[in-house]
Design a protein around this ligand. Structure first.
Ligand SMILES: Nc1ncnc2c1ncn2[C@@H]1O[C@H](COP(=O)(O)OP(=O)(O)OP(=O)(O)O)[C@@H](O)[C@H]1O
Ligand SMILES: [Mg+2]
Length: 332
């Protein structure tokens, strides 16, 4: 069996999310219980390099001395990152991440303790009412997975356009199309960035435009889309704490050249509700808040806070959230 086929066999093992190659005899996999060594002998550094180059080619990427780093999406959805020496020290480094075959449904997230049971119906209502949502949290807390799952609640009659850096969202929905950002080539030409893709998506008769991760100047296009009547969008934003969300949005707005007051006004249209995730014993929603503008200042008013043991405390924005979700006041 050649090395590519052997690697495919590892990736196909049940539950494997990540495979990491550090060297000829150093292959690791993650099946949900942390990293485990894999008995796969890749011979020597030259073979690891050849394997990395072959994987990059599968993803349509060049990987050689002139372009020693590749970040690609393989045809089966696997995300590849590969680095060649001398940028990688000694031997080529390969990181592969498999997307889950399909996003878990909301009931599964409730059972796993990710979504507080008290919140499930409200989330369903918010999605149905086309309230735009922003999943926030630190790296790897499950933001993308949550958005994927929520998209599964969208009416099957709606058309969803996904805009991503790599294809990571796997919503269980019958009508989804995906646009993937293209990096410029080594000469700096041919790039198609997220901002452009947001504009293009608006011409594709979308019912929902979903930006996989908001991390730069494309925020301007997302705000413009919301202001021209495109409702029900979702995105994710990196923020280490719930309290850091306004400042993160402020920083992205500054990057995009948007004055603070306009940013505050526009952001509360584009993302009305923040779902903040944390990771302790599990990956879970720790806070739900309403984004509000106070003059030029963005604030998050707390609607619900959940602790690690599953206990929930309601905040001042809960009633308003329940109303947004289309429930009567009494339901709170
Ligand atoms: N609720 C969950 N319960 C258990 N595992 C989860 C949950 N959500 C996500 N995961 C797993 O955690 C990993 C990271 O998830 P995900 O990509 O959704 O996080 P993220 O916050 O979007 O990460 P990034 O910061 O890299 O964008 C994946 O392997 C995913 O399968
Ligand atoms: Mg993500």
């Amino acid at each position: 069996m050649n090395d590519l086929a052997a690697l495919d066999a590892v990736l196909a093992l049940p539950g494997v999310t990540d495979v990491l190659i550090n060297g000829p005899g150093e292959v690791w996999m993650d099946r949900g219980q942390g990293l485990e060594p894999v008995a796969l002998d890749l011979g020597d550094a030259a073979r690891v390099r050849a394997l990395a180059v072959a994987l990059a080619a599968r993803g349509g990427r060049r990987l050689d001395d002139a372009e020693p780093v590749a970040d690609a999406r393989l045809p089966d959805g696997t995300r590849l990152h590969a680095v060649l020496p001398p940028v990688a020290d000694g031997c080529a480094l390969v990181s592969l991440r498999r997307p889950p075959p399909r996003a878990p449904d909301l009931a599964t997230l409730v059972a796993a303790g990710t979504v507080p049971a008290e919140l499930a119906d409200v989330l369903r209502g918010l999605v149905t009412a086309r309230v735009p949502l922003l999943a926030t949290g630190a790296t790897g807390v499950g933001k993308t997975t949550l958005v994927s799952s929520l998209l599964g609640l969208v009416d099957p009659a709606e058309r969803i356009v996904l805009i991503e850096e790599a294809g990571e969202l796997v919503p269980d929905h019958p009508h989804v199309v995906r646009l993937i950002e293209r990096r410029p080539n080594v000469e700096g030409a041919g790039g198609v960035g997220l901002a452009r893709l947001v504009r293009e998506a608006l011409r594709m008769r979308p019912d929902r435009v979903v930006l996989g991760e908001c991390r730069g100047v494309e925020l301007r296009e997302v705000l413009a889309a919301a202001n021209t009547g495109h409702r029900g969008g979702m995105s994710t934003l990196h923020a280490d704490a719930a309290t850091a969300v306004p400042a993160r949005l402020g920083a992205l707005g500054a990057m995009a050249g948007i004055p603070p007051r306009r940013l505050a006004e526009d952001v509360v249209h584009a993302f009305q509700v923040v779902l903040h995730l944390v990771r302790d014993e599990r990956r879970r929603i720790a806070q739900v808040g309403r984004l509000e503008a106070q003059g030029a200042r963005l604030v998050v008013r707390v609607a619900l806070e959940a602790d690690a043991s599953g206990g929930c405390a309601y905040g001042p924005a809960w009633r308003g959230l329940v109303e947004l979700a289309g429930f009567a006041r009494e339901a709170a």
